[in-house]
Design a binder for this molecule. Structure first.
Ligand code: FAD
Ligand code: SF4
Ligand code: SF4
Length: 482
């Protein structure tokens, strides 16, 4: 049998079918179709099985990409699933929403002149296939170990840690202030990138494994962190970052100017069938309105594309830097443009116009200046370059910071960095409070799902290590006391 790999010369890159933009605008379903088995095998076979796989090096989970591509190319999908799931708790989620152009695929060095292997789409295909065939097992432990952990936050970081610790035999309790599991996977990221059923499927497995979810439970308000520390042998904080950065300037307080996450949560809840008074009253509904979204990250991209689907009259994105310097994924910008979004690069808002509600944004053109100490070019306004954009809904998507965490958790000794994120020992993942660990955005600042999974896994491993060491240290004393 000849080598099935290295087919990139004969076989061009063919990503999964992307739905037509007109059809996409009409619903909130995912925009990419599934690979079929033949296409997945064929696309996997393009991998040249690099000796030093840069794709793997640039994957935050260090996924064994060449191995699962080879197995997929050979049609050995169950084995491919085993390899893929060994390093990633939610490969089908990462396959859908990782910015692959900046991570694995952006670093695929197949050979100059050839497009990268479609790594994300194959990763998604392998696990979706595993679900269909029943290869995805409930992550139950072989035996209970008698210890218990409390995890605050049911986002990807908290869930990855919960699964890892449950497998080791811990009684795992996950607390979340929301009424659903998933964190930003459910209430931030829209269905056209990640359908909610994909997250629900994982939630179901975790419940079957015996993980107990305490929803509608805000730690700090409904239950104190102190109480959790008494209740559990270890606690993990994976609460994400939610304080929206704000805009100043004349008119910034006018009705019709709303924070991005309020807007996205309302849209996601609506899609899930919840009653959303602020949507029904029109405050958070873009239908028929001229929408301006301010910002250039993933959140801004999700807002513009949601507004298109809600039937906005026009949708514009105002970003102060240029396309090459935006933090969001280039792939998402392309998708947004196809769906009818207009980007106003190098433009910043100066004032918001209107008497009783916003009617427009006065903006100014910017130019890129000299790089600062971090190497990033600064931006400066171009004198006399003002212009006005009509807007009856302005969405602020300028990023997120942590809240005042020591105050929120009533733990003055909880140390934070100068950015307000939780300070941890980067080897042990422990915060300044003994037995309290932290992972995900609450430590990194706003980041990516794949990094939250990585942190959740690493923190779980450290928690396990420490709890086992504690048991070994206390065991002889217990025997002696008998
Ligand atoms: P979160 O997902 O934020 O979960 C934290 C959980 O903690 C939440 O459920 C919250 O309700 C709960 N919580 C908070 N405080 C408390 C408390 N006091 N008590 C109880 N529960 C609490 N990343 C990507 O990789 N790809 C993308 O395409 C992408 N798109 C994004 C789009 C948007 C709109 C946003 C906002 C982010 C996006 N991200 C994306 C980033 C990604 O969602 C986050 O990096 C990731 O979800 C962080 O995971 P986490 O587990 O740390 O926190
Ligand atoms: Fe690429 Fe993300 Fe999958 Fe890693 S987890 S291989 S970065 S899609
Ligand atoms: Fe295959 Fe590309 Fe990874 Fe090389 S870098 S092993 S070609 S996927």
């Amino acid at each position: 049998m000849g080598n099935r790999m290295l087919q990139f010369v004969q076989i061009p890159q063919q990503p999964p079918h992307k739905r037509d933009a007109a059809a996409r605008r009409a619903d909130f379903d995912e925009i990419y179709a599934d690979f079929d088995t033949a296409r997945a095998r064929q696309q996997s076979s393009r991998c040249s099985q690099c000796g030093v796989p840069f794709c793997q090096i640039h994957c935050p989970l260090q996924n064994d990409i060449p191995d699962w591509l080879k197995l997929a190319a050979e049609g050995r999908l169950e084995e491919a699933y085993e390899v893929s799931s060994a390093t990633n708790n939610f490969p089908e989620i990462c396959g859908r929403i990782c910015p692959q152009d900046r991570l694995c695929e952006g670093n695929c060095v197949i050979e100059k002149g050839f497009d990268s292997v479609t790594i994300g789409a194959v990763e998604r295909f392998i696990t979706d296939t595993a679900f269909v065939h029943g290869w995805v097992q409930v992550p139950s432990p072989r035996a209970e170990n008698g210890l218990s952990v409390g995890i605050v936050g049911a986002g990807p970081g908290g869930l990855a840690a919960a699964e890892q610790l449950r497998r080791q035999g811990y009684a795992v309790h996950v607390y979340d202030r929301h009424d659903r599991v998933g964190g930003l996977l459910v209430y931030g990221i829209p269905g056209f990138k990640l359908e909610k059923r994909i997250v629900q499927r994982r939630h179901d497995l975790l419940v079957q494994a015996g993980i107990v979810f305490h929803l509608n439970t805000d730690i700090g308000r409904d239950v104190t962190l102190g109480a959790l520390r008494v209740r559990h042998d270890s606690v993990l904080l994976a609460t994400g970052v939610y304080r929206a950065r704000d805009l100043g300037g004349p008119g910034a307080g006018l009705p019709g100017i709303v924070p991005a996450l309020d807007y996205l949560i309302a849209a996601n809840r609506r899609g899930l069938g919840d009653a959303v008074p602020e949507f029904d009253s029109g405050v958070l509904d873009a239908a028929g309105r001229d929408v301006v979204v301010i910002g250039g990250g993933d959140t801004a991209m999700d807002c513009v594309r949601t507004a298109v689907r809600q039937g906005a009259r026009s949708v514009k994105c105002l970003y102060r830097r240029d396309r090459a310097n935006m933090p969001g994924s280039q792939r998402e910008v392309k998708n947004a443009e196809e769906e009818g979004v207009e980007f106003l690069w190098l433009s910043a808002p100066e004032a918001f116009l209107g008497d009783t509600a916003v009617t427009g944004v006065r903006a100014v053109r910017m130019h890129l200046g000299l790089p600062d100490a971090s190497g990033r070019q600064g931006v400066e306004p171009l004198e006399g370059s003002h212009f006005t954009v009509p807007a009856t809904l302005v969405i602020k998507a300028l990023g997120f910071d942590p809240e005042d965490l020591p105050a929120a958790f009533s733990e003055p000794a909880l140390a934070v960095t100068r950015w307000g994120t939780l300070k941890i020992d980067h080897r042990s993942f422990m915060t300044s409070l003994p037995g309290v660990f932290a992972a995900g955005d609450i430590v990194r600042g706003a980041s990516l799902v794949v990094w939250a999974i990585r942190d959740g896994r690493d923190a779980a491993a450290q928690m396990h290590l420490l709890m086992q060491q504690n048991i070994q240290q206390t065991a002889p004393a217990a025997v002696a006391a008998e």
